[in-house]
Design a protein around this ligand. Structure first.
Ligand code: SAM
Length: 223
């Protein structure tokens, strides 16, 4: 499978539209998810990487609710510009730094991050084993990755989606987002994680969403 990222946002207008949703309809989900990440991982300071960070909403929420310094990585130049705008608007340039880059070749040295997070992006990754091995490579020994998707709770998801529907907000029919969400075969995600040489992981599939939690042992010194 190719590891070249496809052009995710079909038009700059589509990227701006996502930024508007993230700052309005979806805005309430990010602090909820950020608090779940901080509680479940126990990592509240150090270096954090948010992969497929889009306009930076989760990265900003994590940096607001903790002492983490967050690198917001996205392969889309449109999202880089939107993340930069959102970070500047909140005066958070010291805590959140946007970077253009691809999960299949993360532009960071080995063992850089205490925490790696990602929401709503893994469905679009072309090669999951390569992506997971890159995530593992950039984690520090003792670090944790929290990757998946969700709205924080089923109640929030239902309210957010119902509100959008009420207001007649639908995907661009020419490029519906749902068609770009990859469906996975049963066991495919687990097999991809294990193909990346990762054995210490668990999957949370509950009201908060679908989340893969990967731990890198304190004793992991692999090159
Ligand atoms: N995480 C954000 C959020 O929860 O609002 C944005 C989610 S958006 C649905 C998915 C993001 O993943 C897009 O901004 C897209 O550009 C990014 N993305 C897709 N493939 C990627 C890749 N191979 N490497 C890095 N980012 C990628």
């Amino acid at each position: 499978m190719s590891s070249t990222p496809s052009r995710f946002w079909k038009t700059p207008g589509e990227a701006r539209q996502y930024d508007t949703f993230a700052n309005t309809d979806f805005a309430r989900i990010y602090p909820v998810i950020a608090n779940q990440i901080l509680d479940r991982t126990g990592i509240t300071e150090g270096a954090c990487l948010d992969i497929g960070s889009g306009p930076g909403s989760l990265a900003i929420a994590l940096a607001t609710l903790s002492a983490l310094k967050v690198t917001a990585l996205d392969s889309s130049p449109e999202m880089y510009d939107l993340a930069q705008k959102n970070i500047r608007k909140r005066g958070m340039e010291e805590q959140v730094v946007p970077v253009i880059g691809d999960v299949h070749a993360i532009p960071a040295p080995d063992t850089t991050f205490h925490l790696v997070v990602s929401r709503g992006s893994y469905h679009f990754w072309n090669d999951l084993p390569v992506a997971f091995s890159e995530v593992f490579r950039v984690l520090k020994p003792g670090g944790i990755a929290y990757i998946g998707g969700g709205y924080g709770s089923g109640k929030i998801r239902d309210e957010v989606l119902a509100h959008r529907k009420e207001r007649g907000i639908v995907d661009d029919p020419a490029h519906p987002m749902r068609n770009r969400f990859r469906k996975f075969r049963a066991g495919e995600i687990e097999a991809s994680i294990e193909a990346a040489g990762i054995s210490d992981y668990r999957i949370i599939n509950d009201d908060t969403g679908f989340w893969i939690v990967i731990r890198k042992s304190c004793y992991d010194r692999r090159e």
